[in-house]
Design a protein around this ligand. Structure first.
Ligand code: ADP
Length: 475
C-alpha cells in the first residue's frame, strides 16, 4: 500500500466555536452546550446548543408566523426561485459542505464530495421545479400545504436527509422546524447560513439542535401539522404512538435488513462490487444497506473467496484522504452496538472474518467484516447492525431465496443479481421491499420514491410521492 499526503481540503471548512439555534432567520445565543466531535480523531469541532421545549416552541412560532405572513402568500414560482437559489449556493459551497460533513460524520471525503453533497443539491433542484406545478401534480386544483412541518433526521447522511426533508416541504409551501442528529449538527448549521445567504424569508426554515428530548418536543408540539422522521425503528414506534390520535400527518423512514441476492448466473465480478458497495458504503450506516448476502449455494465458496480478496483492498483510515474507502464509525455508542451484535452473531454460530487492517489510534473504527454460515435465526440475520458487517446466508432455489429474503421484520430495500431478466422481474414482484435494485445497488435519484414496508416505516420520499406527503389530500 502507498502512503498519501494529507488532503489540503481540510482547511476548507471552518466552524464557529459555538452555535445557537437558527430561529426566525437568526442564530440564538448558544446555551446549554455540548461538544460535537470529529469521530475519526475525537477532536472537538464546536459547541452545540441543546434545545429545550421552549426553544422548539419559539421555532414553531417563527415557522407558523412565516407560513401565515409570507410563505403561503408567495406564488409557486417565487418559492421555486428561493429553492433554486439555495441549490446554487450549495453547489458554490459544495467543497466546504463535503469537508464539513466528513469532519463531523467520519465518512470518506470521496463519498461526501461525489455522493452526499451532489445528491442533496439535486434534491433542491428537483423540488424547485415542482414548486410552480402543484396544480398539475394530480392532487386537485391548487393543493394546499399542511402548514408547519416538524422534521427529525439521523446522523448517517446529515445534509442529504435535510435536503430530502426540507426541499419537498418548502416546494409544497410548508415552513419547517428541523432537528439534526446530536452527533452531526454542523452541516445543518451551515445550511442555516445558506438560507440567510439566499435571503429566504425569516422563519421559513428553523433549525433547533439537541438530543432525543428536543426531537420529541418537535414531534409533540401542538402547532406542528406534519411530522417527518428518519431514524431507528425503535424511535419511529415511539413517534407513531406520540402522534396517534392527533391530526398530524406522519411519514416514517426507519430501519432495514436488506437481502442482496446473488444467483449463480450473475456477473460475478460486478456482483462483488455491488455487494461491497451495498454494505461498506458509508461504513454500513445506511438504512437500505445490503446487510444480508443471500448467495446461491453452488457459487458460495468461489464468491466468498473473491469477496475476501476484494475486501483486502479496501482502505480504512483518514476520511479526509481521497483514497479512503472505509471511514470512521460515527460514535462510540454506535461502535459498541456493532461490536455487541457481532459478538452475539459469532456466539450463535456465525463465522467472522475481517481483513488485516491498521486501525488508527484515536477515533472510532471497525474493520469491514463478513459473518459466514449465518442461520436465519441468528441475531445478525435479523437485527440491523448499522455498521460494515455483512451476514452471509445461502440458498438453493429462487423460491428459497424469496422466502429467506422476506423473512425479516423490515422491508426497505433488496438487490437481485442475475443475468436473466425474467428471473429478476419475477423475484422483484415477490420481494417485500420498497426499493429493489437489480445488478446495481444504492442508487438514489430525486425523481424516484424511496421508502419501506413493515417495520421499515411508511410514506415515501422523493419524486411526486415525496411531494404529496407535504400536501393536503396527498397523504
Ligand atoms: P439512530 O439509531 O440513527 O441514532 P435514532 O432514531 O436514535 O437513530 O435517532 C434519529 C433522530 O431521532 C436523532 O435526531 C435523534 O436525536 C432523534 N430522536 C431520538 N429519540 C427521539 C424521540 N423520542 N422523539 C423524537 N426524536 C428522537
Amino acid at each position: 500500500m502507498f502512503d498519501y499526503s494529507p488532503a489540503p481540503e481540510a482547511k476548507l471548512a471552518s466552524f464557529a466555536s459555538s452555535y445557537g439555534h437558527f430561529i426566525g432567520g437568526k442564530f440564538t445565543k448558544p446555551q446549554k452546550t455540548f461538544e460535537t466531535i470529529n469521530p475519526a480523531t475525537e477532536e472537538v469541532l464546536s459547541q452545540i446548543s441543546h434545545g429545550s421545549a421552549k426553544d422548539v416552541d419559539l421555532a414553531v412560532k417563527a415557522a407558523r408566523n412565516a407560513y401565515e405572513k409570507t410563505w403561503s402568500k408567495l406564488s409557486g414560482a417565487q418559492r421555486g426561485k428561493y429553492l433554486f437559489r439555495i441549490a446554487r449556493i450549495m453547489q458554490e459551497r459544495a467543497r466546504e459542505l463535503a469537508v464539513a460533513e466528513t469532519l463531523n460524520n467520519g465518512k470518506p471525503i470521496k463519498e461526501t464530495r461525489d455522493f452526499d453533497v451532489p445528491t442533496s443539491v439535486a434534491w433542491f433542484f428537483y423540488y424547485a421545479g415542482w414548486a410552480d406545478k402543484l396544480d398539475y401534480a394530480g392532487m386537485g386544483a391548487s393543493p394546499k400545504a399542511h402548514g408547519v412541518a416538524g422534521q427529525v433526521i439521523p446522523w448517517n447522511f446529515p445534509l442529504m436527509m435535510l435536503a430530502w426533508k426540507v426541499a419537498p416541504a418548502l416546494a409544497a409551501g410548508n415552513t419547517v422546524v428541523l432537528k439534526p442528529a446530536e452527533t452531526t449538527p454542523l452541516t445543518a448549521l451551515l445550511f442555516a447560513e445558506i438560507c440567510q445567504q439566499a435571503e429566504l424569508p425569516d422563519g421559513v426554515v428553523n433549525i433547533v439542535t439537541g438530543f432525543g428530548d428536543t426531537g420529541a418536543a418537535v414531534v409533540g408540539h401542538k402547532d406542528v401539522n406534519k411530522v417527518a422522521f428518519t431514524g431507528s425503528t425503535e424511535v419511529g414506534k415511539i413517534i407513531a404512538r406520540q402522534v396517534a390520535g392527533t391530526n398530524k400527518k406522519v411519514t416514517l423512514e426507519l430501519g432495514g435488513k436488506a437481502a442482496n441476492i446473488v444467483f449463480d448466473d450473475a456477473p460475478i465480478d460486478q456482483a462483488i462490487e455491488g455487494v461491497v458497495n451495498g454494505i461498506f458504503f458509508n461504513q454500513g450506516h445506511v438504512c437500505c444497506a445490503g446487510s444480508r448476502l443471500l448467495v446461491q449455494e453452488s457459487i458460495h465458496d468461489e464468491f466468498i473467496k473473491k469477496l475476501k480478496r476484494r475486501m483486502e483492498t479496501l482502505r480504512l483510515g483518514d476520511p479526509m484522504d481521497k483514497n479512503t474507502d472505509v471511514g470512521a464509525i460515527n460514535s462510540k455508542a454506535q461502535l459498541q452496538k456493532i461490536k455487541g451484535l457481532v459478538a452475539k452473531g459469532v456466539k450463535e454460530g456465525g463465522d467472522l472474518w475481517q481483513p488485516a487492517c491498521k486501525i488508527p489510534r484515536n477515533g472510532f473504527w471497525y474493520a469491514p467484516a463478513i459473518i459466514d454460515g449465518v442461520s436465519p435465526a441468528n441475531t445478525v440475520a435479523r437485527e440491523e447492525i448499522f455498521g460494515p458487517v455483512l451476514s452471509v446466508i445461502t440458498f438453493r432455489t429462487p423460491t428459497e431465496a424469496i422466502t429467506k429474503a422476506n423473512n425479516t421484520e423490515y422491508g426497505l430495500s433488496a438487490g437481485i443479481w442475475t443475468e436473466k431478466g425474467s428471473k429478476m422481474l419475477k423475484l422483484a414482484d415477490q420481494l417485500n421491499a420498497g426499493v429493489i435494485w437489480s445488478n446495481t445497488f444504492n442508487q438514489f435519484d430525486p425523481t424516484s420514491p424511496f421508502g419501506g414496508f413493515k417495520e421499515s416505516g411508511y410514506g415515501r420520499e422523493g419524486g411526486r410521492a415525496g411531494l404529496a406527503a407535504y400536501l393536503k389530500g396527498g397523504n
